[in-house]
Design a protein around this ligand. Structure first.
Ligand code: ZN
Length: 264
């Protein structure tokens, strides 16, 4: 599933659609509770990211919120070639089209007339996400720290990949109760989270195995941060910091790879 760095990269690549107008729209999946007539004629004022959501602000119509989930994609394209699994097309007056490609139909598109309405936590790459802010979230939670990082109502945009990597960078066991982290550990984890997210954005995100079909840049190749992963997907490989074999635990149904020696 695309996480913050992948969605951020996609939003940046969609920037050329800002200032265009939706000249035509086709909704090709009745599971999408959206009407083409509500979109046609709207000017796209901005394209931004909130957590893992893509937000297209439509002049006078509200926010069009796209969540790609497991397998959705948005592709900016000028050709008329048919793209399989296309569920929605926005035809812009710039002659570009935005294709919403959604093979497993898990991704969603919703028009919110009164604006973005999801209950999301702090943006981890925004200035307000400080070590103190993380410390407050951690001290108030008995959940394992890995689960806290995945809780979108607390911190928006981190998923399984970057939670595991941030914990490895900080040297913290993913099973630790959040409230057990001391000030230095919170500070290390804050640095781990922000550094891994910015490093991944620099690499245009992560493209992994079959999830290449899950996440692909709009018509271009995927990112390359998969070449820099320290623990995610590396079970039974040696830790690059201490040489110990990476192990995997299941927490709340999700796998976490970690180093049993240098993550304590
Ligand atoms: Zn290690």
């Amino acid at each position: 599933m695309p996480e913050l760095p992948e969605v951020e990269t996609l939003v940046r690549r969609l920037h050329p659609i800002v200032g265009t107008r939706i000249a035509g729209a086709e909704v090709l999946d009745d599971r999408l509770e959206i009407s083409a007539n509500d979109l046609i004629g709207a000017a796209i004022e901005s394209v931004t990211r909130r957590g893992k959501h893509i937000v297209l602000a439509l002049d006078g119509r509200g926010d069009l919120i796209v969540h790609l989930r497991m397998s959705g994609r948005l592709r900016l394209d000028r050709s008329d070639d048919e793209i399989p699994y296309t569920r929605m097309i926005l035809r812009l007056d710039s002659d570009d089209s935005v294709y919403f490609i959604n093979p497993r139909r898990l991704g969603t598109v919703v028009l919110c007339p009164s604006g973005f309405d999801r209950n999301l936590g702090v943006e981890p790459i925004a200035p307000e996400f400080t070590a103190e802010a993380l410390g407050q979230l951690a001290s108030g939670s008995r959940a394992p720290i890995k689960q806290l990082l995945l809780d979108q109502r607390k911190i928006a945009g981190i998923g399984n990949i970057y939670a595991a990597e941030a914990l490895w960078r900080a040297g913290i066991d993913p099973r630790r109760p959040s409230s057990s982290l001391d000030e230095d550990e919170v500070s290390d984890l804050h640095a781990g989270i922000t550094s891994v997210l910015f490093d991944a954005i620099d690499q245009l995100g992560t493209t992994i195995g079959s999830s290449v079909s899950d996440y692909r840049q709009s018509g271009k190749g995927g990112g390359s941060f998969q070449n820099h992963l320290a623990v995610y997907g590396r079970e039974n490989e040696p830790c690059e910091r201490c040489g110990t074999t990476i192990e995997r635990v299941i927490q709340a149904g999700r796998s976490t790879c970690y180093c049993p020696a240098c993550q304590t």
